[in-house]
Design a protein around this ligand. Structure first.
Ligand SMILES: [Zn+2]
Ligand SMILES: [Zn+2]
Length: 244
């Protein structure tokens, strides 16, 4: 399998990457939109968090910026491809199911920590202006997920590199990483509280925490797991009022 991947041309790698990330964005965006705008309200399950509609032109801007990020992710795939082609990283296509499951769990935790670290970095003075693109969405939507400046897309897209250098992952686990990431991302930007009757708590409150991050700008830098914000003292109280 590694030989087949190494035999691809750079243009084929970028083309496959753009198709893959584009499909993930479209399915996660449209799927979450249908879920939180139609299906769940019809079932009386959960509630919208911020009643304000998206700003005029917001969806168009988010989709255009996300198309740019899809291109960056596609081009960025040249790095893991190059690591595989050079033999610096290796795949384990015959890994048993228990090992694939363990790898997915490790990549999930790594994705959360990598996102927290990158996000804190993006809120520092030198990088803040690049991250401002994402924060133009004061009320997030399922289409905000990839709405980044290209530099932010490149930074977040670097998530598989270090793990791949340290361990021979199964292809299934590596493919599961962006699937997990976009699913969590769409959930976090859904502007919807998924608690059936009462407000959600714990990891299920991730959409409320990330909505508050967009509304307040400072604090709640993590994603699904609330722990990193607790460890580093950046968690916002649940009832903090929006400041912008
Ligand atoms: Zn931010
Ligand atoms: Zn966001």
């Amino acid at each position: 399998m590694q030989a087949h991947i190494a035999a691809l041309s750079p243009l084929e790698v970028v083309g496959l990457g753009v198709a893959w990330f584009g499909a993930l964005y479209a399915v996660a965006g449209v799927g979450t939109w249908v879920l939180v705008e139609h299906a769940l309200p019809a079932l009386g399950w959960g509630r919208r968090i911020d009643p304000r509609p998206p700003a005029p032109g917001q969806l168009r801007r988010e989709i255009a910026a996300s198309a740019g990020s899809v291109l960056v992710f596609g081009v960025g795939l040249l790095l893991p491809w190059w690591l595989l082609a050079q033999g610096w990283a290796r795949l384990a296509p015959q890994a048993p199911a228990w090992r694939v499951a363990a790898e997915i769990a490790v990549l999930f935790v790594w994705n959360e920590l990598h996102f927290y670290a990158c996000h804190r970095l993006l809120h520092t003075r030198p990088l803040r202006r690049f991250h401002a693109h994402h924060h133009r969405s004061h009320v997030p939507t399922p289409f905000s997920t990839y709405a980044f400046h290209p530099l932010e897309a490149a930074l977040l897209g670097s998530v598989p590199l270090l793990p791949m250098l340290l361990h021979d992952f199964s292809p299934v686990a590596l493919l599961a990483l962006p699937v997990m990431s976009i699913a969590l991302n769409a959930f976090g930007h859904s502007n919807y509280d998924f608690g059936r009757r009462a407000p959600a708590t714990g990891w299920r409150a991730a959409s409320r925490r990330h909505h508050l991050h967009h509304a307040r700008y400072h604090g709640n830098y993590g994603f699904l797991l609330a722990a990193p914000d607790r460890w580093f003292g950046t968690a916002l109280p649940d009832d903090a009022p929006p400041s912008r």
